[in-house]
Ligand binder design. Structure first.
Ligand code: IMP
Ligand code: MG
Length: 184
């Protein structure tokens, strides 16, 4: 268990098991992803669509490393509430305001577990006739769910633990941690 004062102040006294990705490791990888994305889209309009709430920190760091024009919008979908196991149920609560037709859409997600959330969203977005549609996920748990969406940009291949921090929550807590930790 990791219970340094820095961790305990932020969690209200609850220890985390261990830090899986620290701030420097995340920043270095996000910078590489930004370079990959810049190179992958030489032409056309690019819209980075963040899946709320989990992607909010990753997306804000990522777009600042993309060295080409980009627009930002968000999607809100619900997956599983306070449970640590995916129910596979997905609901869209907010649609992007931006017209997607003919534009490059890059869907940004915090973590892929079963991939069910994204699988459903990709179908919804494909109906808007974007010029291209791709996924950038910070973390991929690589769980075998079929069919699995193709992930064009992946930050890290994550261990099969329950991770919190850098946008990832457990029951809405821990999103603000500057690192990614294994909760238990
Ligand atoms: P999926 O549809 O099973 O891929 O679930 C993806 C969503 O579940 C992510 O957007 C997260 O909100 C949540 N999730 C999956 N694994 C974790 C985790 O380890 N920590 C926090 N949230 C997770
Ligand atoms: Mg979540």
């Amino acid at each position: 268990m990791l219970s340094t004062p820095e961790v305990l102040r932020r969690t209200g006294g609850k220890p985390v098991k261990s830090i899986i990705y620290d701030e420097e490791t995340i920043a270095a990888r996000v910078g590489q992803l930004g370079a990959e994305i810049t190179a992958a889209y030489p032409d056309g309009d690019l819209i980075v669509l963040g899946l709320l709430k989990g992607s909010f920190i990753f997306l804000s760091d990522l777009v600042r490393t993309i060295e080409r024009p980009v627009q930002v919008d968000f999607l809100v979908a619900t997956s599983y509430g306070n449970a640590q196991v995916s129910s596979g149920e997905v609901r869209l609560l907010y649609d992007p305001e931006t017209r997607l037709e003919g534009k490059h859409i890059l869907l940004v997600e915090d973590i892929i577990d079963t991939g069910k959330t994204l699988q459903r969203l990709m179908a919804v977005l494909a109906e808007r006739k974007p010029g291209s549609l791709a996924i950038c996920a910070l973390l991929d748990k690589q769980l075998a769910a079929v069919p699995r969406p193709e992930l064009k940009f992946i930050g890290f291949k994550a261990p099969p633990a329950f991770l919190v921090g850098y946008g990832l929550d457990h029951a809405e807590n821990y999103r603000h941690l500057p690192f990614i930790a294994d909760l238990e």
